[in-house]
Ligand binder design. Structure first.
Ligand code: NAD
Ligand code: 6OD
Length: 491
């Protein structure tokens, strides 16, 4: 990768197989101490256009002639190359996001390799429906569908699980034979560009995978979604950004797949396995400093267990080790940015103003070293808020939850579903009949019973309401990233 000054790395765009400099640069900041770790090259409208044209050229060139077996083999190579550069990806992801190295090593980097493998396997075996047709007037025909690429897919991703979420979309898009232009978050550009090196090494033809860096409005994100020659947009990020992108693509009626925000509920019944549940809910609330779209910011606990649960989760929250992302024992890193910390702290203030009891945290931790310049907040638990309170209704996206008691199953279901979002939920009980009964009633794209964020990449993933449009995962991804052409042959 080309370098800029001798002190900080330079992160270029990747267009048509070349690492390309834009006309402007902006800094990549390490959230753990506020230091600048790289300069990022911003793509202007001309560069985004060049990326889209290179992608289009790839489709009518060599890539358009690569068959399914060869595509699958390439994806497997990409997965292997990510693994052979594990430490590079790990270092880049940890520096950009501030997430603990132990977390990125078990979640982000392995999942990136797994994403490529899963879609290589799937595309190799995926069949399509066919029908022998007999019409009422006696004609006979054979109907069968074939899968074709959509064309050039614009992929826009957020900063919380940068490589995991990018590859979750790139892998199926390439499996289906598309060419992609990706716009990673301006906060976390490094691993998308590292992936470009891996694509080159793995023999992915030039122009198939392109990276443009920059922001949303008035920058690379908007230039990409406005571009007339892209065929589809797949986006993960905030609900209001999804709404803005939907408006941008409306006139050209492009297919979209949106994975958006959440205000997820966890329902804890008194008969749960208590210790397992505390461990599970602690992950569901605090993992990745609460910056996972699936995190539970609302926890409902059956009244007989409420006081014990609050006390145990408080002790768990207070025992979590905050520290340097590089330290293998660190469990909680900083938030992504100064701006995001201001947002999270503003919700901590709002909760107090709304009358919350602060059970744990609520402020900024002190380290007495350079981490004090980082964007840390304390893991925080509130109780005592009305269900209509802003902190119970709005996505905060930090290490924080509100815990409320419930008396009946129906009441728990009603409170959990009282949200405009509908991404994820979890139910904690040793009565599996009840677990299923409650899960079935959740207005959510995914409901976990006695677990959280346990993923099978073949299952549908996505949200309802403000949480998204469509489903990805397994065949759902293949169906989004392809055009199905039904052929009817008169027999
Ligand atoms: P964001 O919406 O601010 O940004 C996401 C991406 O969109 C970035 O690359 C950004 O540059 C780009 N962007 C912003 N405005 C744009 C515009 N007008 N046109 C085109 N591109 C634009 O989100 P974020 O702050 O990076 O991520 C956090 C949010 O993402 C949270 O709401 C979280 O719940 C959500 N999220 C959802 C899922 C999911 O699977 N449902 C996964 C991860 C994160
Ligand atoms: O696991 C996944 O496939 C996925 N899309 C996770 C999203 C996490 C949100 O932050």
């Amino acid at each position: 990768m080309p370098r800029g000054s001798s002190h900080v790395k330079f992160i270029p765009n990747y267009i048509g197989g070349e690492f390309t400099k834009g006309s402007r640069e902006f800094p990549d900041v390490n959230p753990a101490d506020g230091s600048v770790i790289a300069q990022i090259s911003e793509a202007d409208a001309d560069l985004v256009d060049r990326a889209v044209q290179c992608a289009r050229k790839a489709l009518i060139g060599e890539w358009g002639r690569v068959g399914v077996r060869a595509r699958a083999a390439m994806l497997r190579k990409v997965g292997e190359a990510i693994e052979s550069r594990f430490d590079c990806f790990l270092a880049a992801e940890v520096a950009d996001t501030g997430k603990p190295v132990s977390l990125a090593a078990k979640l982000d980097v392995p999942r990136a390799a797994a994403n490529f493998r899963a879609f290589a396997d799937l595309i190799s075996t995926a069949g399509l429906e066919s029908f022998q047709t007999e019409t009422p007037d006696g004609k006979r025909a054979l109907n069968y569908a074939i899968r074709k690429p959509l064309g050039v897919v614009g992929i826009i991703t957020p900063w919380n699980l940068p490589l995991l979420l990018l590859t979750w979309k790139v892998a199926p898009a390439l499996a289906c034979g598309n060419a992609v232009v990706v716009k990673p978050s301006e906060e976390t550009p490094a691993t998308a560009t590292l992936l470009a090196e891996v694509m080159q090494e793995s023999g992915v033809p030039d122009g198939v995978y392109n990276v443009v860096h920059g922001f949303g409005p008035g920058s690379a994100g908007e230039f990409l979604t406005q571009h007339p020659d892209i065929n589809a947009v797949t986006f993960t990020g905030e609900s209001q950004t999804g709404a803005a992108i939907l408006k941008t693509v409306a006139d050209s009626v492009k297919p979209v797949s949106f994975e958006l925000g959440g205000k997820n509920a966890a329902i804890v019944f008194a008969d749960c396995d208590f210790e397992d549940t505390i461990a599970g809910i602690s992950d569901a609330v605090f993992l990745n400093t609460g910056q996972v779209c699936l995190c539970a910011e609302r926890v409902y606990v059956e009244r007989p267990s409420f006081d014990r649960f609050v006390d145990s989760l408080k002790r768990k929250a207070e025992s979590l080790r905050l520290g340097s992302p590089q330290d293998p024992v660190t469990e909680i890193g900083p938030l992504i940015s100064k701006t995001h910390r201001e947002k999270v702290l503003s919700y901590y203030r709002v909760a107090r103003d709304e009358g919350a009891t602060v059970v744990a945290g609520g402020g900024i931790p002190g380290f007495g070293n350079s981490l004090d310049k980082g964007y840390y907040v304390e893991p925080t638990i509130f109780t005592g808020l009305a269900e209509s309170a802003r902190c119970v209704k709005e996505e905060i996206f930090g290490p924080v939850c509100h815990i409320a008691p419930f008396d009946t199953e129906d009441e728990a279901v009603q409170m959990a579903n009282d949200t405009k979002y509908g991404l994820a939920a979890s139910v904690w009980t040793s009565n599996l009949k009840r677990g299923h009964r409650v899960a079935e009633q959740m207005n959510a794209g995914i409901t976990w019973v006695n677990c959280w964020f346990l993923r099978d990449l073949r299952t549908p993933f996505g949200g309802m309401g403000l949480s998204g449009i469509g489903r990805e995962g397994g065949m759902h991804s293949l169906n989004f990233y392809s055009e199905l052409n039904n052929i009817c042959i008169r027999l």
